[in-house]
Ligand binder design. Sequence first.
Ligand SMILES: O=c1ccn([C@H]2C[C@H](O)[C@@H](COP(=O)(O)OP(=O)(O)OP(=O)(O)O)O2)c(=O)[nH]1
Ligand SMILES: [Mg+2]
Length: 152
Amino acid sequence: MTDTVGVAILRLEHGEGLPLPVYATDGAAGMDVCAAEDVDLAPGARHAVATGFAVAIPQGYEIQVRPRSGLAFKHGISVPNAPGTIDSDYRGELKVLLINHGDESFAIRRGDRVAQLVLAPVTRAAFAEVGDLDETQRGAGGFGSTGGHATL
Ligand SMILES: O=c1ccn([C@H]2C[C@H](O)[C@@H](COP(=O)(O)OP(=O)(O)OP(=O)(O)O)O2)c(=O)[nH]1
Ligand SMILES: [Mg+2]
């Protein structure tokens, strides 16, 4: 049994009758979240899908909105801002941004599980401005500097 963290959830009027986000299996990291509206997402189109609820996440945590791999693999439906960030002080409706990367229109129907929510701890940074940074093996190398592509 893993620890759980209480998260207050408020059902909005248009969320009536919908299941709350739920872990599909005992070991699931994400809770599947349903659409509260019907949307036909044309190829290339984006939409902020209503979920019909709002949350109050305890301070020190966030909720990440992540794509479902099945929708991504089968239909090209993804979350353009993945992982979407739900701040602990946000009290508006939780929305799921979706984009259709496929080549066919995709029908989202109220009650469809369109994304998954992951509750995650947040460590806040306290920046300390300095004149120099310590030296490292990597230095300023990045963006493929260590190789990894087959160069035939
Ligand atoms: O997928 C998402 C992403 C964000 N939000 C809500 C909750 C989040 O706390 C707020 C702000 O999100 P974010 O910080 O990513 O957006 P921003 O463009 O920086 O807007 P803001 O200036 O309001 O912070 O919008 C969602 O409902 N779904
Ligand atoms: Mg922001």
